[in-house]
Design a protein around this ligand. Sequence first.
Ligand code: NDP
Length: 283
Amino acid sequence: MYKIISGKEVSLAVKERVAEKVREFKAEGIEPCLAVILVGEDPASKVYVNNKKKACEFCGIRSLEYVLPEETTQDELVELIEKLNGDSSVNGILCQLPLPKHIDEKTVLNLIKPEKDVDAFHPENVGHIMIGDFNFLPCTPAGIMEMLKSENISLDSKHCVIIGRSNIVGKPMAMLMLKENATVTVCHSHTANLKEIVKQADVIVAAVGRPRFVTADMVKDGAIIIDVGINRGEDGKLCGDVDFDACCEKSSYITPVPGGVGPMTIATLMQNTITAAEIQNKG
Ligand code: NDP
């Protein structure tokens, strides 16, 4: 018998904690504020930005939204970020990815002041995550850790297999799992014998970006399955990187898509905004 870990429920608890903290800030005359920048017309990005705005409203965080046209130049974007970096009423800055092709993502992300970098993408914050001494949590991996914690799942001595090595999910996920004394294997598109490796996992984290990539024959009985993927299936519906219907019976815990890791990523972003407000106002 498996259990579904609901990101909707766990994220609600996180956002309620954040909302309480925001009330305390406001009582001290501090209004936490997150600036979100969206460049272009990517429909998925628009949905994410809207969800972030709703989460800010729920938590009482002031949100500033900058929706810029696709043809925005890199210089114009740089100018906006520099303005927000210098605005002491703005605590967090988030630039929604992907950016249009004519804008260099690395240049833009490196420009956001590390103490306002609530996505934790700046090399300085990435370095802190590497050495396990950080202010800003990597949003998606930290959201996953919170889901595991909500079920009192310890990673100590477990074999965690992460499929995907992106800077946003796979790599920071490995760091957080190592910190919790897991043995971690990170797989990618050049991994040989992927199926055999995944089959050894006590915990599978699927962050591949391919619909239903993880199939039942890759799952050991009783494995914990975390599905990070957000894909459109052939039927046009949202689906994850895990074939949920086929894999759930073999798992002990599994996360759904939608309603799994996605809401946790946003909840961690809210948490990071509060951390930013704390660093900037209280040192
Ligand atoms: P990337 O495209 O940056 O990375 C995908 C990773 O999967 C790469 O490391 C790639 O390997 C690996 N990969 C691709 N094909 C295979 C294969 N056949 N076998 C093994 N590994 C493979 O994606 P992200 O990490 O940004 O996102 C992954 C998924 O998670 C997407 O669906 C995305 O939408 C979703 N996502 C969801 C979030 C949430 O909040 N729920 C947040 C962020 C992302 P290689 O490095 O060799 O190319």
